[in-house]
Design a protein around this ligand. Structure first.
Ligand code: DQQ
Length: 574
Protein backbone atom coordinates (compact mmCIF):
# COMPACT_ATOMS: atom_id res chain seq x y z
CA UNK A 1 0.00 0.00 0.00
CA UNK A 2 1.31 3.48 -0.79
CA UNK A 3 2.13 5.91 2.02
CA UNK A 4 -0.84 8.18 1.19
CA UNK A 5 -3.17 5.18 1.23
CA UNK A 6 -1.77 4.09 4.60
CA UNK A 7 -2.33 7.64 5.87
CA UNK A 8 -5.92 7.61 4.57
CA UNK A 9 -6.66 4.28 6.25
CA UNK A 10 -5.19 5.74 9.44
CA UNK A 11 -7.46 8.78 9.22
CA UNK A 12 -10.54 6.64 8.59
CA UNK A 13 -9.56 4.45 11.54
CA UNK A 14 -9.19 7.54 13.74
CA UNK A 15 -12.60 8.91 12.69
CA UNK A 16 -14.23 5.55 13.25
CA UNK A 17 -12.61 5.12 16.67
CA UNK A 18 -14.08 8.47 17.72
CA UNK A 19 -17.56 7.55 16.60
CA UNK A 20 -17.58 9.80 13.56
CA UNK A 21 -19.18 8.24 10.53
CA UNK A 22 -16.11 8.01 8.36
CA UNK A 23 -17.89 8.05 4.98
CA UNK A 24 -19.71 11.30 5.76
CA UNK A 25 -16.68 13.17 7.12
CA UNK A 26 -14.10 12.08 4.62
CA UNK A 27 -15.40 10.81 1.27
CA UNK A 28 -12.26 8.77 0.50
CA UNK A 29 -13.14 6.46 3.39
CA UNK A 30 -15.99 5.24 1.19
CA UNK A 31 -13.50 4.35 -1.56
CA UNK A 32 -11.44 2.41 0.90
CA UNK A 33 -14.49 0.35 1.81
CA UNK A 34 -14.96 -1.76 -1.29
CA UNK A 35 -18.45 -3.08 -1.97
CA UNK A 36 -18.92 -5.78 0.68
CA UNK A 37 -20.93 -8.00 -1.66
CA UNK A 38 -17.94 -8.30 -4.02
CA UNK A 39 -15.46 -9.12 -1.31
CA UNK A 40 -13.98 -12.61 -1.11
CA UNK A 41 -14.07 -12.68 2.72
CA UNK A 42 -17.80 -11.90 3.09
CA UNK A 43 -19.55 -15.08 4.14
CA UNK A 44 -22.49 -16.78 2.41
CA UNK A 45 -24.26 -18.53 5.29
CA UNK A 46 -22.82 -17.09 8.50
CA UNK A 47 -24.74 -14.30 10.17
CA UNK A 48 -23.32 -10.83 9.62
CA UNK A 49 -24.78 -7.34 9.24
CA UNK A 50 -24.42 -5.55 5.88
CA UNK A 51 -21.55 -3.42 7.21
CA UNK A 52 -19.67 -2.15 10.27
CA UNK A 53 -18.58 -3.70 13.54
CA UNK A 54 -20.35 -6.58 15.32
CA UNK A 55 -19.32 -8.38 18.51
CA UNK A 56 -21.17 -10.41 21.17
CA UNK A 57 -24.51 -12.13 20.52
CA UNK A 58 -27.06 -10.71 22.96
CA UNK A 59 -30.41 -11.90 24.28
CA UNK A 60 -31.03 -14.70 21.78
CA UNK A 61 -34.52 -16.14 22.24
CA UNK A 62 -37.42 -17.96 20.64
CA UNK A 63 -40.69 -16.11 21.16
CA UNK A 64 -44.07 -16.69 19.49
CA UNK A 65 -42.65 -18.61 16.52
CA UNK A 66 -39.81 -16.18 15.86
CA UNK A 67 -36.09 -16.44 16.67
CA UNK A 68 -34.54 -13.17 17.80
CA UNK A 69 -30.85 -12.35 17.74
CA UNK A 70 -29.59 -9.07 19.16
CA UNK A 71 -25.92 -8.23 18.95
CA UNK A 72 -23.35 -5.64 19.91
CA UNK A 73 -23.05 -3.27 16.97
CA UNK A 74 -21.34 -0.03 15.99
CA UNK A 75 -23.69 1.74 13.53
CA UNK A 76 -20.93 4.10 12.37
CA UNK A 77 -17.75 2.12 11.76
CA UNK A 78 -15.95 -1.19 11.41
CA UNK A 79 -14.26 -0.85 14.81
CA UNK A 80 -15.67 -1.20 18.34
CA UNK A 81 -17.55 1.88 19.66
CA UNK A 82 -20.99 3.54 20.03
CA UNK A 83 -22.33 0.16 21.07
CA UNK A 84 -26.04 -0.41 20.36
CA UNK A 85 -28.18 -3.53 20.36
CA UNK A 86 -28.86 -4.37 16.72
CA UNK A 87 -31.78 -6.73 16.15
CA UNK A 88 -32.49 -9.44 13.57
CA UNK A 89 -35.20 -12.09 13.35
CA UNK A 90 -35.57 -15.46 11.72
CA UNK A 91 -37.98 -18.37 11.39
CA UNK A 92 -35.26 -20.98 10.91
CA UNK A 93 -32.00 -19.62 12.40
CA UNK A 94 -30.50 -19.62 8.88
CA UNK A 95 -32.26 -16.82 6.94
CA UNK A 96 -32.48 -13.48 8.74
CA UNK A 97 -34.04 -10.06 8.43
CA UNK A 98 -32.32 -7.06 10.01
CA UNK A 99 -34.70 -4.78 11.91
CA UNK A 100 -34.19 -1.36 13.50
CA UNK A 101 -31.89 -1.30 16.51
CA UNK A 102 -33.58 -2.44 19.70
CA UNK A 103 -31.50 -0.37 22.16
CA UNK A 104 -29.52 2.80 21.49
CA UNK A 105 -27.15 4.46 23.97
CA UNK A 106 -29.33 7.50 24.64
CA UNK A 107 -29.99 7.58 28.40
CA UNK A 108 -27.86 8.54 31.40
CA UNK A 109 -27.70 4.88 32.47
CA UNK A 110 -26.36 3.67 29.06
CA UNK A 111 -25.13 6.82 27.29
CA UNK A 112 -21.65 5.30 26.83
CA UNK A 113 -22.90 2.03 25.43
CA UNK A 114 -25.63 -0.62 25.60
CA UNK A 115 -23.43 -3.58 26.36
CA UNK A 116 -24.04 -7.28 26.61
CA UNK A 117 -27.09 -8.82 28.24
CA UNK A 118 -29.66 -11.57 28.03
CA UNK A 119 -33.36 -12.18 27.55
CA UNK A 120 -35.69 -14.07 29.88
CA UNK A 121 -39.23 -15.13 28.98
CA UNK A 122 -41.34 -14.62 32.08
CA UNK A 123 -44.32 -16.88 32.82
CA UNK A 124 -47.30 -15.38 31.02
CA UNK A 125 -44.93 -15.18 28.06
CA UNK A 126 -43.36 -11.77 28.44
CA UNK A 127 -39.81 -11.32 27.23
CA UNK A 128 -37.57 -9.06 29.27
CA UNK A 129 -34.03 -7.94 28.49
CA UNK A 130 -31.46 -7.18 31.17
CA UNK A 131 -28.31 -5.57 29.81
CA UNK A 132 -25.25 -3.65 30.94
CA UNK A 133 -25.18 0.10 30.40
CA UNK A 134 -22.06 2.23 30.54
CA UNK A 135 -23.45 5.29 32.34
CA UNK A 136 -22.50 8.99 32.29
CA UNK A 137 -19.49 8.27 34.52
CA UNK A 138 -18.61 5.14 32.53
CA UNK A 139 -19.71 2.97 35.44
CA UNK A 140 -21.20 -0.40 34.46
CA UNK A 141 -24.81 -0.78 35.63
CA UNK A 142 -27.56 -3.29 34.84
CA UNK A 143 -30.71 -2.09 33.08
CA UNK A 144 -34.00 -3.54 31.90
CA UNK A 145 -36.02 -3.17 28.68
CA UNK A 146 -39.34 -4.68 27.57
CA UNK A 147 -41.19 -4.78 24.23
CA UNK A 148 -43.21 -1.62 23.55
CA UNK A 149 -46.00 -3.61 21.92
CA UNK A 150 -46.23 -7.26 22.93
CA UNK A 151 -48.68 -7.93 20.08
CA UNK A 152 -46.10 -6.96 17.44
CA UNK A 153 -45.00 -10.43 16.22
CA UNK A 154 -41.45 -9.16 15.56
CA UNK A 155 -41.06 -7.17 18.81
CA UNK A 156 -39.58 -4.30 16.83
CA UNK A 157 -39.53 -1.63 19.54
CA UNK A 158 -38.16 -1.89 23.06
CA UNK A 159 -38.61 0.53 25.94
CA UNK A 160 -36.19 0.98 28.77
CA UNK A 161 -37.47 0.77 32.35
CA UNK A 162 -38.01 4.10 34.18
CA UNK A 163 -36.47 2.28 37.19
CA UNK A 164 -33.07 1.90 35.50
CA UNK A 165 -30.44 1.23 36.61
CA UNK A 166 -31.72 -1.81 38.49
CA UNK A 167 -28.29 -2.86 39.74
CA UNK A 168 -25.37 -0.51 40.45
CA UNK A 169 -21.76 -1.15 41.47
CA UNK A 170 -22.01 -0.43 45.19
CA UNK A 171 -20.48 -2.09 48.27
CA UNK A 172 -17.04 -2.81 46.90
CA UNK A 173 -18.01 -3.86 43.36
CA UNK A 174 -15.54 -2.49 40.81
CA UNK A 175 -17.56 -0.26 38.44
CA UNK A 176 -15.27 -1.26 35.56
CA UNK A 177 -15.82 -4.96 36.13
CA UNK A 178 -19.54 -5.45 36.58
CA UNK A 179 -21.27 -6.63 33.44
CA UNK A 180 -23.03 -9.10 31.18
CA UNK A 181 -26.08 -10.39 33.12
CA UNK A 182 -27.34 -13.89 32.25
CA UNK A 183 -30.79 -15.17 31.42
CA UNK A 184 -32.65 -15.46 34.75
CA UNK A 185 -33.76 -18.74 36.27
CA UNK A 186 -36.43 -19.31 38.91
CA UNK A 187 -35.86 -21.48 41.97
CA UNK A 188 -38.49 -23.70 43.65
CA UNK A 189 -39.12 -20.70 45.95
CA UNK A 190 -40.30 -18.70 42.87
CA UNK A 191 -37.47 -16.23 43.34
CA UNK A 192 -35.61 -15.19 40.16
CA UNK A 193 -31.83 -15.35 40.02
CA UNK A 194 -29.27 -13.96 37.59
CA UNK A 195 -25.52 -13.80 37.65
CA UNK A 196 -23.36 -10.87 36.59
CA UNK A 197 -19.70 -11.20 35.60
CA UNK A 198 -17.18 -9.49 37.88
CA UNK A 199 -13.70 -9.39 39.32
CA UNK A 200 -13.51 -9.39 43.12
CA UNK A 201 -10.12 -9.39 44.88
CA UNK A 202 -8.56 -10.38 41.56
CA UNK A 203 -10.81 -13.44 41.26
CA UNK A 204 -13.14 -14.00 38.33
CA UNK A 205 -16.59 -14.00 39.92
CA UNK A 206 -20.25 -14.69 39.14
CA UNK A 207 -22.17 -12.29 41.38
CA UNK A 208 -25.61 -13.64 42.25
CA UNK A 209 -28.69 -11.41 42.37
CA UNK A 210 -32.21 -12.38 43.45
CA UNK A 211 -35.60 -10.80 42.80
CA UNK A 212 -39.29 -11.64 43.24
CA UNK A 213 -40.61 -9.03 40.79
CA UNK A 214 -37.73 -8.75 38.28
CA UNK A 215 -37.32 -5.06 39.13
CA UNK A 216 -35.95 -5.02 42.68
CA UNK A 217 -32.76 -7.08 42.79
CA UNK A 218 -30.70 -7.93 45.88
CA UNK A 219 -27.11 -9.09 45.74
CA UNK A 220 -26.39 -12.33 47.54
CA UNK A 221 -23.61 -12.17 50.18
CA UNK A 222 -21.89 -15.08 48.47
CA UNK A 223 -21.27 -15.25 44.74
CA UNK A 224 -22.51 -18.29 42.86
CA UNK A 225 -18.91 -19.17 42.01
CA UNK A 226 -15.47 -17.60 41.68
CA UNK A 227 -11.93 -18.58 40.75
CA UNK A 228 -8.54 -17.41 41.93
CA UNK A 229 -6.97 -18.72 38.70
CA UNK A 230 -8.71 -16.41 36.24
CA UNK A 231 -9.21 -12.71 35.60
CA UNK A 232 -12.52 -10.93 34.99
CA UNK A 233 -15.39 -13.18 33.84
CA UNK A 234 -17.10 -11.65 30.83
CA UNK A 235 -20.39 -12.97 29.49
CA UNK A 236 -21.04 -15.70 32.07
CA UNK A 237 -23.72 -18.28 31.23
CA UNK A 238 -25.35 -20.78 33.62
CA UNK A 239 -27.74 -23.48 32.46
CA UNK A 240 -28.86 -27.08 32.95
CA UNK A 241 -27.85 -29.83 30.49
CA UNK A 242 -28.76 -33.45 29.96
CA UNK A 243 -27.54 -36.12 27.56
CA UNK A 244 -30.87 -36.34 25.70
CA UNK A 245 -32.54 -32.97 25.04
CA UNK A 246 -32.06 -29.32 25.77
CA UNK A 247 -33.30 -28.21 29.18
CA UNK A 248 -35.20 -25.03 30.06
CA UNK A 249 -33.11 -22.65 32.16
CA UNK A 250 -35.14 -22.97 35.40
CA UNK A 251 -35.30 -26.79 35.31
CA UNK A 252 -33.12 -28.79 37.64
CA UNK A 253 -33.51 -32.49 38.47
CA UNK A 254 -31.63 -35.74 39.01
CA UNK A 255 -30.91 -36.05 35.26
CA UNK A 256 -29.37 -32.63 34.86
CA UNK A 257 -25.97 -31.15 35.45
CA UNK A 258 -25.28 -27.41 35.33
CA UNK A 259 -22.79 -25.70 33.04
CA UNK A 260 -21.05 -22.51 34.13
CA UNK A 261 -19.33 -20.74 31.24
CA UNK A 262 -17.08 -17.71 31.55
CA UNK A 263 -15.24 -15.76 28.85
CA UNK A 264 -11.62 -14.89 29.73
CA UNK A 265 -8.14 -15.10 28.17
CA UNK A 266 -9.80 -14.80 24.75
CA UNK A 267 -11.67 -18.11 25.11
CA UNK A 268 -14.96 -19.48 26.40
CA UNK A 269 -14.22 -21.94 29.19
CA UNK A 270 -16.81 -24.07 30.97
CA UNK A 271 -17.12 -26.33 33.97
CA UNK A 272 -19.79 -28.92 34.76
CA UNK A 273 -21.31 -29.38 38.22
CA UNK A 274 -24.41 -29.82 40.34
CA UNK A 275 -26.52 -26.81 41.29
CA UNK A 276 -28.43 -26.85 44.59
CA UNK A 277 -31.14 -24.16 44.30
CA UNK A 278 -32.16 -24.33 47.96
CA UNK A 279 -28.77 -22.96 48.99
CA UNK A 280 -27.66 -21.49 45.66
CA UNK A 281 -24.50 -23.52 45.77
CA UNK A 282 -22.70 -24.89 42.77
CA UNK A 283 -20.63 -28.02 43.37
CA UNK A 284 -17.89 -28.96 40.93
CA UNK A 285 -15.23 -31.63 41.01
CA UNK A 286 -13.06 -29.90 38.45
CA UNK A 287 -12.82 -26.12 38.40
CA UNK A 288 -11.64 -23.58 35.78
CA UNK A 289 -7.99 -24.12 34.79
CA UNK A 290 -7.51 -27.03 37.22
CA UNK A 291 -4.47 -29.12 36.32
CA UNK A 292 -5.20 -31.57 33.53
CA UNK A 293 -8.51 -29.98 32.61
CA UNK A 294 -9.18 -27.50 29.84
CA UNK A 295 -12.82 -27.55 28.75
CA UNK A 296 -13.59 -24.91 26.15
CA UNK A 297 -16.52 -24.65 23.78
CA UNK A 298 -14.05 -24.12 20.99
CA UNK A 299 -10.27 -24.09 20.88
CA UNK A 300 -10.02 -21.45 18.12
CA UNK A 301 -11.76 -18.09 17.63
CA UNK A 302 -15.02 -18.23 19.60
CA UNK A 303 -15.83 -15.68 22.30
CA UNK A 304 -18.54 -14.02 24.40
CA UNK A 305 -20.98 -16.82 23.62
CA UNK A 306 -24.52 -17.12 24.88
CA UNK A 307 -27.05 -19.97 24.92
CA UNK A 308 -30.84 -20.01 24.92
CA UNK A 309 -33.47 -22.71 25.28
CA UNK A 310 -35.47 -23.24 22.08
CA UNK A 311 -38.88 -24.33 23.40
CA UNK A 312 -40.09 -25.19 19.87
CA UNK A 313 -37.48 -27.91 19.36
CA UNK A 314 -36.50 -28.67 22.95
CA UNK A 315 -32.87 -27.87 22.42
CA UNK A 316 -30.27 -25.51 23.83
CA UNK A 317 -28.60 -23.36 21.23
CA UNK A 318 -25.20 -21.73 21.46
CA UNK A 319 -24.05 -18.64 19.55
CA UNK A 320 -20.68 -16.90 19.69
CA UNK A 321 -18.86 -13.94 18.26
CA UNK A 322 -16.12 -14.97 15.82
CA UNK A 323 -13.80 -12.04 15.47
CA UNK A 324 -11.51 -11.17 12.58
CA UNK A 325 -7.89 -12.17 12.80
CA UNK A 326 -6.56 -9.52 10.44
CA UNK A 327 -5.81 -5.89 11.32
CA UNK A 328 -8.21 -3.05 12.22
CA UNK A 329 -7.05 -1.17 9.14
CA UNK A 330 -8.03 -4.17 6.98
CA UNK A 331 -11.44 -4.15 8.71
CA UNK A 332 -11.88 -0.45 7.93
CA UNK A 333 -10.88 -1.12 4.36
CA UNK A 334 -13.41 -3.91 3.90
CA UNK A 335 -16.03 -1.97 5.89
CA UNK A 336 -17.00 -4.67 8.36
CA UNK A 337 -15.72 -6.79 11.22
CA UNK A 338 -17.05 -9.86 13.02
CA UNK A 339 -19.22 -12.90 12.36
CA UNK A 340 -21.52 -15.03 14.44
CA UNK A 341 -20.87 -18.78 14.58
CA UNK A 342 -23.37 -21.15 13.04
CA UNK A 343 -25.78 -21.80 15.94
CA UNK A 344 -24.87 -25.08 17.65
CA UNK A 345 -27.07 -27.36 19.71
CA UNK A 346 -25.46 -28.38 22.98
CA UNK A 347 -25.87 -31.61 24.97
CA UNK A 348 -23.99 -33.30 27.79
CA UNK A 349 -21.76 -36.06 26.43
CA UNK A 350 -22.68 -39.64 27.48
CA UNK A 351 -19.52 -39.72 29.63
CA UNK A 352 -20.81 -36.71 31.60
CA UNK A 353 -17.28 -35.30 31.40
CA UNK A 354 -17.86 -32.70 28.70
CA UNK A 355 -20.35 -31.15 26.28
CA UNK A 356 -20.97 -32.09 22.66
CA UNK A 357 -21.91 -29.46 20.08
CA UNK A 358 -23.39 -29.86 16.64
CA UNK A 359 -24.51 -27.33 14.00
CA UNK A 360 -28.28 -26.91 14.04
CA UNK A 361 -30.10 -29.25 11.65
CA UNK A 362 -31.64 -26.34 9.70
CA UNK A 363 -28.28 -25.42 8.18
CA UNK A 364 -28.52 -28.63 6.11
CA UNK A 365 -31.31 -26.94 4.08
CA UNK A 366 -28.56 -25.01 2.32
CA UNK A 367 -26.80 -28.16 1.13
CA UNK A 368 -26.78 -29.00 -2.61
CA UNK A 369 -24.76 -31.04 -5.14
CA UNK A 370 -23.70 -33.82 -2.79
CA UNK A 371 -20.40 -35.58 -3.53
CA UNK A 372 -19.67 -38.89 -1.78
CA UNK A 373 -16.47 -40.94 -1.44
CA UNK A 374 -16.62 -44.42 0.07
CA UNK A 375 -13.91 -46.75 1.36
CA UNK A 376 -10.96 -44.94 -0.18
CA UNK A 377 -7.48 -45.63 1.07
CA UNK A 378 -5.27 -42.57 1.41
CA UNK A 379 -1.69 -43.75 1.48
CA UNK A 380 1.00 -41.98 3.47
CA UNK A 381 2.21 -38.87 1.64
CA UNK A 382 -0.79 -38.54 -0.68
CA UNK A 383 -3.40 -35.89 -1.41
CA UNK A 384 -6.81 -36.53 -2.96
CA UNK A 385 -9.10 -33.83 -4.33
CA UNK A 386 -12.82 -33.83 -3.50
CA UNK A 387 -14.16 -32.87 -6.93
CA UNK A 388 -17.35 -31.16 -8.06
CA UNK A 389 -18.09 -28.82 -5.18
CA UNK A 390 -17.91 -25.09 -4.50
CA UNK A 391 -15.02 -25.42 -2.09
CA UNK A 392 -15.21 -21.83 -0.82
CA UNK A 393 -18.71 -22.52 0.53
CA UNK A 394 -19.05 -26.10 1.68
CA UNK A 395 -20.28 -28.45 4.39
CA UNK A 396 -18.16 -31.61 4.59
CA UNK A 397 -18.43 -34.68 6.82
CA UNK A 398 -15.75 -37.35 6.79
CA UNK A 399 -14.95 -40.39 8.90
CA UNK A 400 -11.64 -42.18 8.89
CA UNK A 401 -10.48 -45.61 10.00
CA UNK A 402 -7.30 -47.57 9.54
CA UNK A 403 -6.57 -50.55 7.28
CA UNK A 404 -3.76 -51.64 9.64
CA UNK A 405 -3.48 -49.88 12.95
CA UNK A 406 0.25 -50.09 13.68
CA UNK A 407 2.43 -48.40 16.27
CA UNK A 408 1.63 -44.78 17.00
CA UNK A 409 4.32 -42.30 18.04
CA UNK A 410 4.85 -42.05 21.77
CA UNK A 411 3.37 -38.99 23.43
CA UNK A 412 5.99 -37.34 25.58
CA UNK A 413 4.37 -36.64 28.99
CA UNK A 414 5.54 -33.02 28.71
CA UNK A 415 3.37 -32.49 25.60
CA UNK A 416 0.36 -31.27 27.51
CA UNK A 417 -0.47 -28.20 25.43
CA UNK A 418 -2.33 -29.30 22.27
CA UNK A 419 -2.01 -25.88 20.64
CA UNK A 420 1.77 -25.94 21.03
CA UNK A 421 1.88 -29.52 19.76
CA UNK A 422 -0.15 -28.54 16.68
CA UNK A 423 2.21 -25.64 16.06
CA UNK A 424 5.34 -27.80 16.37
CA UNK A 425 3.92 -30.83 14.54
CA UNK A 426 2.06 -28.95 11.84
CA UNK A 427 0.54 -30.51 8.71
CA UNK A 428 3.87 -30.58 6.89
CA UNK A 429 5.68 -32.53 9.65
CA UNK A 430 5.55 -36.23 8.80
CA UNK A 431 4.32 -38.59 11.51
CA UNK A 432 3.25 -42.19 11.82
CA UNK A 433 -0.57 -42.20 12.23
CA UNK A 434 -1.16 -38.71 10.97
CA UNK A 435 -1.21 -35.91 10.27
CA UNK A 436 -4.25 -36.79 8.15
CA UNK A 437 -7.44 -34.84 7.45
CA UNK A 438 -8.69 -32.07 5.15
CA UNK A 439 -7.00 -29.24 3.31
CA UNK A 440 -9.65 -26.55 2.99
CA UNK A 441 -9.67 -23.21 1.18
CA UNK A 442 -6.65 -24.54 -0.72
CA UNK A 443 -5.22 -23.22 -3.98
CA UNK A 444 -4.73 -25.70 -6.83
CA UNK A 445 -0.98 -25.87 -6.23
CA UNK A 446 -1.49 -26.04 -2.41
CA UNK A 447 0.52 -22.83 -1.86
CA UNK A 448 -2.45 -21.76 0.23
CA UNK A 449 -4.19 -24.27 2.46
CA UNK A 450 -5.75 -24.53 5.89
CA UNK A 451 -5.17 -28.03 7.25
CA UNK A 452 -7.71 -29.51 9.67
CA UNK A 453 -6.17 -32.76 10.79
CA UNK A 454 -5.71 -35.51 13.34
CA UNK A 455 -2.53 -37.04 14.71
CA UNK A 456 -2.67 -40.13 16.90
CA UNK A 457 -0.18 -40.80 19.69
CA UNK A 458 0.23 -43.47 22.34
CA UNK A 459 0.98 -42.72 25.99
CA UNK A 460 3.51 -44.67 28.09
CA UNK A 461 0.61 -46.53 29.68
CA UNK A 462 -0.58 -47.60 26.23
CA UNK A 463 -3.60 -45.35 25.83
CA UNK A 464 -4.24 -43.65 22.51
CA UNK A 465 -4.47 -39.89 22.38
CA UNK A 466 -6.12 -38.13 19.43
CA UNK A 467 -4.87 -34.64 18.67
CA UNK A 468 -6.98 -32.37 16.44
CA UNK A 469 -5.37 -29.34 14.80
CA UNK A 470 -6.36 -26.37 12.70
CA UNK A 471 -3.14 -25.28 11.02
CA UNK A 472 -3.30 -21.78 9.56
CA UNK A 473 0.44 -21.46 8.91
CA UNK A 474 -0.12 -21.62 5.13
CA UNK A 475 -3.67 -20.21 5.04
CA UNK A 476 -2.73 -17.09 3.06
CA UNK A 477 0.11 -15.71 1.00
CA UNK A 478 -0.65 -12.41 2.74
CA UNK A 479 1.95 -11.60 5.38
CA UNK A 480 -0.22 -9.24 7.44
CA UNK A 481 -2.75 -11.74 8.83
CA UNK A 482 -2.59 -13.74 12.02
CA UNK A 483 -1.75 -17.36 11.22
CA UNK A 484 -1.89 -18.81 14.73
CA UNK A 485 -2.65 -22.55 14.74
CA UNK A 486 -5.07 -24.11 17.20
CA UNK A 487 -5.25 -27.54 18.81
CA UNK A 488 -7.35 -29.74 21.07
CA UNK A 489 -7.36 -33.32 22.28
CA UNK A 490 -10.43 -35.32 21.28
CA UNK A 491 -11.90 -37.83 23.73
CA UNK A 492 -12.02 -40.79 21.27
CA UNK A 493 -10.62 -44.30 21.41
CA UNK A 494 -9.48 -44.84 17.80
CA UNK A 495 -9.56 -48.62 18.25
CA UNK A 496 -13.27 -48.57 18.98
CA UNK A 497 -14.65 -45.76 16.89
CA UNK A 498 -14.06 -44.04 13.58
CA UNK A 499 -12.49 -40.62 13.71
CA UNK A 500 -14.92 -38.10 12.32
CA UNK A 501 -14.61 -34.50 11.24
CA UNK A 502 -17.18 -32.00 10.02
CA UNK A 503 -16.16 -28.71 8.46
CA UNK A 504 -18.33 -25.69 7.77
CA UNK A 505 -16.27 -23.66 5.34
CA UNK A 506 -17.51 -20.23 4.33
CA UNK A 507 -14.97 -18.01 2.50
CA UNK A 508 -13.09 -16.65 5.54
CA UNK A 509 -14.25 -18.97 8.31
CA UNK A 510 -13.70 -22.66 8.99
CA UNK A 511 -15.70 -24.23 11.82
CA UNK A 512 -14.46 -27.76 12.57
CA UNK A 513 -16.19 -30.39 14.71
CA UNK A 514 -14.05 -33.38 15.71
CA UNK A 515 -15.33 -36.67 17.17
CA UNK A 516 -18.98 -35.79 16.49
CA UNK A 517 -18.71 -32.46 18.26
CA UNK A 518 -16.56 -33.40 21.24
CA UNK A 519 -13.84 -30.92 20.25
CA UNK A 520 -14.46 -27.87 18.08
CA UNK A 521 -12.04 -25.42 16.49
CA UNK A 522 -13.00 -22.27 14.58
CA UNK A 523 -10.50 -20.36 12.47
CA UNK A 524 -10.65 -17.15 10.44
CA UNK A 525 -8.54 -17.28 7.30
CA UNK A 526 -7.91 -14.79 4.50
CA UNK A 527 -6.63 -16.58 1.39
CA UNK A 528 -5.62 -14.49 -1.56
CA UNK A 529 -5.34 -17.26 -4.17
CA UNK A 530 -7.90 -19.81 -2.90
CA UNK A 531 -10.94 -17.55 -3.22
CA UNK A 532 -14.35 -18.22 -4.78
CA UNK A 533 -13.96 -20.61 -7.76
CA UNK A 534 -10.21 -20.89 -7.18
CA UNK A 535 -10.72 -22.69 -3.85
CA UNK A 536 -10.27 -26.47 -3.61
CA UNK A 537 -10.92 -29.15 -1.01
CA UNK A 538 -8.55 -32.09 -0.50
CA UNK A 539 -8.08 -35.08 1.80
CA UNK A 540 -4.46 -35.58 2.79
CA UNK A 541 -2.32 -37.99 4.74
CA UNK A 542 1.19 -37.00 5.77
CA UNK A 543 1.75 -39.98 8.08
CA UNK A 544 3.65 -43.10 7.09
CA UNK A 545 0.64 -45.34 7.71
CA UNK A 546 -2.37 -45.51 5.40
CA UNK A 547 -5.73 -44.21 6.52
CA UNK A 548 -9.06 -45.08 4.98
CA UNK A 549 -11.85 -42.64 4.23
CA UNK A 550 -14.68 -44.76 5.47
CA UNK A 551 -17.17 -42.20 4.11
CA UNK A 552 -16.99 -38.61 2.97
CA UNK A 553 -19.96 -36.43 2.02
CA UNK A 554 -19.51 -32.87 0.84
CA UNK A 555 -22.15 -30.39 -0.19
CA UNK A 556 -21.84 -27.01 -1.87
CA UNK A 557 -23.75 -24.56 0.30
CA UNK A 558 -26.35 -22.13 -1.01
CA UNK A 559 -26.31 -18.54 0.18
CA UNK A 560 -28.54 -17.81 3.16
CA UNK A 561 -30.91 -14.87 2.89
CA UNK A 562 -29.65 -12.32 5.41
CA UNK A 563 -31.13 -8.98 4.41
CA UNK A 564 -32.49 -5.67 5.67
CA UNK A 565 -36.29 -5.53 6.10
CA UNK A 566 -36.77 -3.63 2.85
CA UNK A 567 -34.78 -6.07 0.71
CA UNK A 568 -36.75 -9.31 1.18
CA UNK A 569 -36.17 -11.59 -1.76
CA UNK A 570 -38.66 -14.38 -1.19
CA UNK A 571 -41.41 -15.60 1.04
CA UNK A 572 -39.35 -16.52 4.14
CA UNK A 573 -40.48 -13.45 5.98
CA UNK A 574 -43.99 -12.74 4.67
N1 DQQ B 1 -18.31 -7.08 25.01
C1 DQQ B 1 -19.27 -6.19 25.60
C2 DQQ B 1 -19.12 -6.35 27.07
C3 DQQ B 1 -18.53 -7.70 27.19
C4 DQQ B 1 -17.58 -7.75 26.05
C5 DQQ B 1 -19.02 -4.78 25.11
C6 DQQ B 1 -17.17 -9.15 25.65
O1 DQQ B 1 -20.37 -6.22 27.74
O2 DQQ B 1 -17.92 -7.92 28.44
O3 DQQ B 1 -19.20 -4.68 23.73
O4 DQQ B 1 -16.75 -9.23 24.34
Amino acid sequence: MEISAIWAVGLCLFLARHGIEAEASYPSCRNLQSNPTEQPYRTAYHFQPPKNWMNDPNGPMYYNGVYHLFYQYNPYAAVWGNITWAHSISYDLVNWVHLDHALNPTDPFDINGCWTGSATILPGEEPVIIYTGADTQNRQVQNMAVPKNISDPLLREWIKSPRNPLMSPTNGIDANNFRDPTTAWQGPDKVWRIIVGSLINDHGTALLYRSRDFVNWTKSQTPLHSSNKTGMWECPDFYPVSTRTGVETSVQNADTQHVLKASFNGNDYYIIGKYVPETDTYLVETDFLDAGSDLRYDYGEFYASKTFFDAAKKRRILWAWIQESDSSSADIEKGWSGLQSIPRSVLLDQTGRQLVQWPIKEIEELRENQVTLLNKEVRGGSVLEVPGITASQVDVEVSFDFPHFKEAEVLDPSWVDPQLLCTQKNASVKGSIGPFGLLVLASKDLTEQTAIFFHIFKTHNKKYVVLMCSDQSRSSVRQDVDKTSYGAFVDIDPLREKISLRGLIDHSIVESFGGEGRSCITARVYPELAINKEAHLYVFNNGTQSVKISRLDAWSMKKAEIVPTNRRRNSHFN
